[in-house]
Design a protein around this ligand. Structure first.
Ligand code: S3P
Length: 171
């Protein structure tokens, strides 16, 4: 790679490790870490499940698109995106143009294992979250892949190993 990219964007399904890896990566590369879900919550003053309850998924997606549009005006950041941020073509374009997109890829079963005790994700609040992950993977894997400059398999033992590998490649 020709120098560390200014902006790094992490995409992938819920549980892929975008926030965890993003924080470590930002620290290692001297960049500011931003989580788009956290920015949405800050702006609305409520948590994501409440936004879904009050405005439905459509309302949430509109807020997400507006936050992403603003975030891509920043510089020198590592951005962890929400898993559904790639659904709108407008977001995909914005993210791809903004910087170096890394898709943290994992299989639906591992993602389910990692998130099964988590109550903060409305889409997983379903009788069969394993099936939900399979459906989300089928729809979104091609979308993440379409904007990714790099795909990383997150089946690796730990975040440090993953970040070390990334830092070595980016430097
Ligand atoms: C969503 C993923 C969540 C959050 C929201 C919807 C999705 O973010 O944006 O619950 O559609 O996959 P994480 O991927 O950070 O969990």
């Amino acid at each position: 790679m020709n120098g560390v990219p200014n902006n790094i964007i992490l995409v992938g399904l819920m549980g892929a490790g975008k926030t965890t890896v993003g924080k470590v990566l930002a620290k290692r590369l001297g960049k500011v870490f931003i989580d788009s879900d956290h920015e949405i919550e800050k702006r609305c003053g409520v948590k994501i499940p409440t936004i879904f309850e009050m405005e439905g998924e459509d309302g949430f997606r509109k807020r997400e698109a507006s936050v992403i549009k603003d975030l891509v005006a920043l510089d020198n950041i590592v951005l962890a995106t929400g898993g559904g941020s790639v659904l709108l073509p407008e977001n995909r374009e914005n993210l791809r143009e903004f910087g170096y997109v890394i898709y943290l890829r994992a299989n639906p079963h591992d993602l389910w294992l990692r998130t099964r005790h988590d109550k903060s994700r409305p889409l997983l609040n379903t009788p069969n979250p394993q099936k939900k992950f399979r459906e989300l993977f089928a729809i979104r894997d091609p979308l993440y892949t379409s904007i990714a400059h790099q795909i990383i398999d997150t089946g690796r033992p730990n975040v440090n190993q993953l970040t070390n590998q990334l830092v070595m490649q980016l430097e």
